[in-house]
Design a protein around this ligand. Structure first.
Ligand SMILES: NC(=O)c1ccc[n+]([C@@H]2O[C@H](COP(=O)([O-])OP(=O)(O)OC[C@H]3O[C@@H](n4cnc5c(N)ncnc54)[C@H](OP(=O)(O)O)[C@@H]3O)[C@@H](O)[C@H]2O)c1
Length: 244
């Protein structure tokens, strides 16, 4: 049995997820790097191993219940519990069309990953997280999830000026998952929070973001390593609380 804390990061093979793995690995966590593509997962894990990080690839497509159940079994067999789950895997499938022109299939597929996938992984992993003395769950939300911000003409153009119904509403729903799971778990040691990494240069946005993955991952790491007196059911970026 390992004595270091075990973290599962979904969509850990690139972008903010991979950098979160790197930062937590350097803090001594054992990294379970979730990737829907086995080869991409192995390749990313090899880069972490080369940096002396204890990392292992796990094939995990968050829209595929079989791979989720297989991941649960692997973690249970090898570690018996899970300390931290980072629901990082996410997609932005729309290409700038206004809500009235959004295809239903794009909306459905976005929710399939961002909402139903994150829900399914959380639900499946929860029995293992309950076996940790101090379980933590971090949901990758977005500044574009905030109803307050995206409905406020006074907020910056980066938020009010964007109108991507599928992506934005899916991340608002992710925030609802955070709040409602937190309510259920409030009398346990588990803490679940939403993180906004900020507009970060990754494949998700064609590298148009102006923040680095190092900056984006920092709030995720902070919420993954909260002490016992930390918040539960909140929504944060690196500057503090974000309005819902
Ligand atoms: N970048 C930003 O500005 C920004 C801002 C706010 C929030 N976020 C959120 O941060 C998270 C990470 O995004 P990123 O910017 O790092 O994007 P990214 O580089 O595109 O990485 C997304 C990751 O999610 C994985 N993924 C997608 N669908 C999956 C599925 N069904 N099962 C398992 N993995 C899946 C991808 O795997 P493949 O490599 O196989 O495609 C990839 O590893 C997302 O939840 C995103 O919404 C990003």
């Amino acid at each position: 049995m390992s004595t270091s804390k075990i973290v599962l990061i979904t969509g850990g093979n690139k972008g903010i997820g991979l950098e979160t793995a790197r930062q937590l690995g350097k803090l001594g966590f054992t990294i379970l790097l979730g990737s829907r593509d086995e080869a991409r997962g192995q390749e990313a894990t090899a880069t972490l191993t080369a940096e002396n990080i204890n990392a292992k690839a796990i094939t995990l497509d968050i829209t595929d219940l079989d791979t989720i159940q297989s991941a649960v079994k692997q973690i249970d067999d090898q570690y018996g519990s899970l300390d931290v789950l980072i629901n990082n895997a996410g997609v932005c499938l729309e290409r700038g069309l206004p809500p009235s022109q959004l295809e239903l299939t794009v909306l459905r597929n976005t929710y399939e990953t961002n909402v139903f996938g994150s829900f399914s992984v959380t639900k499946a992993m929860l029995p293992l997280i309950k076996k940790s003395p101090a379980g933590r769950i971090v949901n990758l939300s977005s500044g574009l999830a905030s109803l307050t911000e995206y409905n406020n003409p006074e907020s910056d153009a980066e938020k009010y000026g964007v109108n991507l119904l599928a992506y934005m509403s899916s991340k608002t729903a992710v925030n609802a998952l955070t709040v409602l799971f937190a309510k259920e778990l409030k009398d346990t040691p588990i803490k679940i929070n939403s993180a906004d990494p900020g507009y970060t240069a990754t494949d998700l946005n064609g590298h148009t973001g102006y923040r680095t993955v190092e900056q984006g991952a920092s709030i995720v790491v902070k919420l993954a390593t909260l002490l016992g007196d930390g918040p539960n059911g909140g929504f944060f970026d690196e500057n503090g609380v974000i309005p819902w």
